[in-house]
Design a protein around this ligand. Sequence first.
Ligand code: G16
Ligand code: MG
Length: 218
Amino acid sequence: NIRGFIFDLDGVLTDTAEYHYLAWQKLADEEGLLFNREANEGLRGVSRRESLLRIVGDKHYPEEKLQEMMDRKNQYYVDSIQNISPKDLLPGVLTLLDELRQAGIKIALGSASKNARPVVEKLGIANRIDAIADGYSVQRPKPAPDLFLYAANQLGLEPAQCVVVEDAEAGIEAALAAGMWTVGLGPASRVGEAHVILPNLADTDWTKLRAKLNDAAA
Ligand code: G16
Ligand code: MG
């Protein structure tokens, strides 16, 4: 019996991936590191630190330099999200959030981002979210289950009562490790392990989703 939904932010509620990409690209260019859009695809849902470590690859940098590069990337990112507005909500999100609320289902955010709160506020959906698990909530990033377990706990629910909506492989892995139901958005090459796979949230609603989750459970 589903009583809660935990939504990832980037790639699910809005598309901040492009801003993350531009910020990392700028940093990589300044540092003479190889980076491109394709490499950025692999950084979906990956924490800031782990993203940087993947971009620097075999190169060795002292901790201070890594910290400075993370700060610089984040400054570029923070600058670029200033103009986010409700128009940046992905199709289908608002209606689904409202239907879930109507159905008495609790809603949490489960994002790796330390910038999740300001983004949710700019998107105008802060009042529709009951709990926030973000980049400050737990130590171990996805694919560890910790972030989603934290979110379920904040909602006062058991893992098996929760559905996680994710666009990243690491996110689906984390949700499955937490013992939750999963809806994967995007190609099966990325979210193929999810119980239900959809291209996006545009053409679905709670009734359809519930039927698909029931099929997956049977
Ligand atoms: C997001 C993005 C990642 C980003 C991470 C951390 O995850 O997909 O690209 O590296 O958050 O963001 P920040 O640097 O703002 O802390 P999610 O979990 O919302 O998909
Ligand atoms: Mg994501």
